[in-house]
Structure formats: structure tokens, C-alpha cells
Design a protein around this ligand. Sequence first.
Ligand SMILES: *[C@@H]1O[C@H](CO)[C@@H](O)[C@H](O)[C@H]1NC(C)=O
Length: 420
Amino acid sequence: MHNFALLTIFSVALSTFYVDATVYFKEQFLDGDEWKSRWVNSEHKSDYGQFKLTSGNFYGDVEKDKGLQTSQDARFYAASARFESFSNKGKTLVIQFSVKHEQKIDCGGGYVKVFPADLNQAELHGESQYYIMFGPDICGYSTKKVHVIFNYKGKNHLIKKDIKCKDDELTHLYTLILKPNQTYEVKIDNEKVESGSLEEDWDFLPPKKIKDPEAKKPEDWDDRAKIDDETDTKPEDWDKPENIPDPDAKKPEDWDEDMDGEWEPAMIPNPEYKGEWKPKQIDNPSYKGVWVHPEIDNPEYSPDTEIYKFDSIGVLGLDLWQVKSGTIFDNFFITDDVKAAEEFAEETWGVTKGPEKKMKEEQDEKKRKEEEEKNKEQDTAAESEGEEEEEEEEEEEEEEETDETLPEEDENEALPKDEL
Ligand SMILES: *[C@@H]1O[C@H](CO)[C@@H](O)[C@H](O)[C@H]1NC(C)=O
């Protein structure tokens, strides 16, 4: 119940700017270990990965940038937080959060799921029915997209458009806006990357129109735009053989007809050969154009002006799989007010993104210089020492490198090689 109290305090604070804004859920992880009382780890499986609170290896503000980080490789994660349930009927719904894949993610989810209030959080798992799934998903080079999935009448519907997600190591902000007039908008870093209508960009409803099953192309429908010119005739001298004996060929002097048989010149393509004769093409006077199959209203279609509506939104969850862990989730924000979400974004991510980038660049630069130094040392060593010794030294150096670029011991070994 602690979280509901916090919520109220925040709504009051925000209302100085946006009188009408309702904030349903806000989580910034600014109160130390208290988040553990608000977030429930699923016990559906015994080996879910653990989330830990950290601002990571680089940040804009070591306290403000603290968020939930996936801390174990090749694990499923399933944790969720509850808030006072609400319906978005007749209202805008905004779902926003930030994601930082500081581990150079290879494959893993970075999305949130928004659940009905009746979700059993302790039993949350991959098949738990959700209302909305939204956010980035990366796997290899081919999958780098933003999911926008809505559950409609018990079935999950994926957006038909392809929205690219960010794949660098910095913190990015993802925002989904769902409006009661059945339109939506997706923003990354507070800028619109996609928008449209629910009916057009998902397959919630059967198509409005279908091809008339009764209609058939009339048998006498002439859809030939061009026809042979009947008055055209083949010229008398058209037909020529395709190949002719080479006029320049000569019987070799030592040709022996008894032994070699009758001499025949080699055949060559006939330069006068014109190919098969075809009559000229003229416009077809009875051409009727391409036959278009007439459409009728689909009897299966009935409009639904409440596709966007969810009756009892009550839980936000992180239910995902990660191969290489290290993703940090922060600044969750669910509201009915686009401006309030923008403002919250600017006060949080907007303030720390610059310093975070600077810190990251400084770290990269330091690493680059150290690599350079190491390579120089190696070159000098190679020149002055024998081959066996050199090999030993290289091995030693590789070990050193692993130690210093990887803070966690069980991290992926491929990382330092990528960076060379
Ligand atoms: C939907 O509502 C928004 C305002 O919330 C408006 O800007 C937009 O034009 C509307 N779209 C349609 C298709 O009615």
C-alpha cells in the first residue's frame, strides 16, 4: 500500500504544472532498498534472474540514474509492480520508461508489459495474459525493433509497421501514447518515430471490404491492350536460314575424303537471318481495361470504437529473456497526460543524458588510450625479444586486459575483442 501513498504525493506535486494530469504509476528508484517492497519477483520458476539496483558503469547522476538492472546472463526475468487500477476509457494513455543496454546487448528484451489488475504477480510468467507489451527488443543483427502489442479480445496483435529501436549503450526513453480516438504514437527520446491508427496498423478487425464472391470476370471481357495487326503480312524475303556454311572456310589441303569423309564447311550464324516474323502490334479497339474485382462490405466486419480501451490496468511488469545481462530500466511513468510525460522525461532522462554520454565518452577514450599504450609496448617487446618469450607475454597481457575492462568476473569473453 506504500506505493499508493507515494503516488498521491506525486500527483499533487505534478498538478502545479498540469492540473488535469493523473499519474497512475511512477517509479524512479530514489529511495534505496524500498523498491523491494513495491516490486514482486515471480516464483513461477525457481531460476529467474535477479534484478539489482544500480546506475551502472557510467551515468549522468549516480543516484538519479539508479534503476533495475538484469544481473545474470542467459536468464528469464519476471518482476512486476502494482498500482491502483484504472480504465483508460475516454482518456489518453501514456506508458513511458527508459532503457540502457550498457552491456552491448546481443540478444534480449527491453520492453515492459502492462497487465490487468487481477494478475497474480507471484505467478507472472511468459504466457501471463497482458494488455500491452511495449518497448525495444534486440536479437543479433536482424531483430532491433520496438514492439507494440495490444491484447484484443484475448488475442495478442502485433503492430504491422517496423519500428527500429536504439542499439547503442546509452539510456533511451520509450513512450507509447494511445488515444481514445483510436490513434497512437510511439516516441523515442521524446521524439515521434511512428504514429497512425489502431485499425490500420494492426489486424484487430477483419477487413472492411472483401472481393464480391458473386462477381466474376465476364467471359467476353477483353483485357488485351494490344493485338496483332491483321493487315500486316510477312515480307516475301523474310525467311532466311538461321545458320549458313562459312563462306570463308576452305577444305584443308591434306583432307582425305576416303579417310575423313566428305568435307563440309563449318556453319556460322547467318547475318541476314531475321528470326521469327511477328505481325505489328496495334491498340486493341475492344480493349476494356484491366478487370477489377468489385468489392462489397464484409459481412464479418463490424466497427469497434473501443479497441483502445482496457478495463482494469493495474500492474507493470518486466517479463523478458536476456542472453547478456546488464540492461537498466528506470523512470517508469504511466499517465493520462502527454505533456506531463514529456515534462517528466525532460526532468529525468533529459537532465542526465548529457552527462551520461560525456562520462561514457571519457571512459571510451581512456580505454582507447590504454589499448594504444599496450599495443606500443607489445611492438617494442616483439622487436627486442625471442618468439617464445613474446608468446608468453601476449598471454599475460590478454589476462590483464580481461581483468580491467570487465568489472564482473563472469562477463562475456567476446567483449574486449569487439572493442579492438
Ligand atoms: C485523435 O486525437 C488527437 C488529439 O488527442 C488529434 O490530434 C488527432 O487529430 C485525432 N485523430 C483522428 C484521426 O481523429
